[in-house]
Ligand binder design. Sequence first.
Ligand code: FAD
Ligand code: MLT
Ligand code: ZN
Length: 495
Amino acid sequence: MIPVRHCLKLVPLCSQIRHGSRMFPQLKRGSFNRITDEDVNRFTGIVGETGIKTEELDHYNTDWLNTVSGFTELVISPKSVEEVAAVLRHCNERRLAVVPQGGNTGLVGGSNPVFDEIVLSLERLNNISHIDPYAGIVECEAGVILQNLSDKVGEHGYTVPLDLGARGSCFIGGNLATHAGGLRVVRYGQLRGSVLGMRVVLPDGQILDGRSNMRKDNTGYDIKQLFIGSEGTLGVITDVSLLLPQSPVSVNMALLGCDSFDDVIKCYRLSRQCLGEIVSACEFMDSLCMTSVNDILGLASPLENSHKFYYLVETSGMNMDHDMEKLETCIEKVFESGCATDGVMAASKDQARHMMSLRENIAPALKAVGFNYKYDVSLPIQHMYSLVEQIRNKIRLTEGAFSVGYGHLGDNNLHLNVITPHYSAQALSLIEPFVYEEVSRLKGSISAEHGMGLKKANYLRYSKDPSMIAMMRSLKDVFDPNGIMNPYKLLPWND
Ligand code: FAD
Ligand code: MLT
Ligand code: ZN
């Protein structure tokens, strides 16, 4: 294994960016119309001058990872659902392609144009309309930043049942459109289970009003679920009602050092057994991840020695003494069993935050050192790390390349990342389609949480039967017969 400090070299990020269409040279622009001055005037009439941008659009054109970039010349930011509807109606009539964009933190090239698609930004649709303190429900617009939502409901003693490293930039609408996972799935379940109601605008301007604050509703098809995880290909999510859990009173954290991935799994099993209902995150990372956050971001490990693997377990509960006692007993059992050789418990909120920041900052640390090929897969837990080892072996002769594994252990969700100093089609060919074939063979999912976007659309068949893909296409035709919504994303474009 190459120590990360020897192989990582900072490279200017602008040299990493590939235009979406250049990364996939076989991808051709669809037969959409090009924007005219008349169109721009029409859009200005709908959203006003302040809702239109035609200059300095790099931020909207390029993804967070600096890996793909498009050529939009127009960003439209509506301020109401009616404005979204009027904009989409015009786009549909004129056959102008549209990319809905939230906080632009997506990791699969889904939120950026590939060619000259219009970016429809939700950034001005950011009102938190109502918090029901009795029922624990928040109603808000799609453009609310996750952190802001979390802070606001926190004032009422609630928390958002979703948390992720991009919380300061991603929007709740983007979280819904990607069906984001994150750190709390192990505790609160997948986001779709907490969505009570949603309002969505279809490409023809129709407003589908599915707003509701009822927990129980068995009045037929649950249409909102189709839009959760649809990645902007069916319509634009504008409003949501979410059911909120109580904020925990006590949060505790332990970081354990392990000699093997098998030991990590044993620690995980023991922690679930001992901690039961108070577990709120079960994360793991390998030694290269830890070295990366230490060396690149200067975040120190609280453990004195380095280890092959790290397991992070968090508890959230309502009684500090009770929770602390449970965690202490758990750690004792872990050491008795020998599955961890080292470990620390956070003694304060700041220490707990620091421990979690080591895990959350893996993505930013890796982004800083080169081109990232990101894989985000579900696998049976015992096979999660062998995929990282197989890829490590495949890329061993590629200069400057290294691979790491980390992820949401409690959700069987592995983040396998390969990093090369610059984009390399040759490195990519060593990884793909191998990764997808392996995941398919093990009956996993090729996207556990980031979605398909542009980068993975053509590999959908590795996780979905042809009958399911055909049904997805039929649904796309029902909602978006002109195909203007986020073309080239999610559904395969090469067949
Ligand atoms: P964008 O990136 O703007 O858009 C994502 C997709 O949704 C695009 O296809 C876009 O067209 C569509 N879209 C956006 N808004 C709407 C809307 N209102 N209506 C219809 N379509 C829309 N993901 C996880 O699941 N778990 C994690 O732990 C996690 N951690 C992350 C950590 C970092 C540091 C970063 C950078 C990303 C992380 N992500 C994670 C990726 C994740 O997908 C996003 O952070 C988030 O869910 C995307 O929200 P966004 O508002 O940025 O959406
Ligand atoms: C994470 O869990 O850190 C995110 O999904 C981002 C990533 O995969 O790097
Ligand atoms: Zn993740």
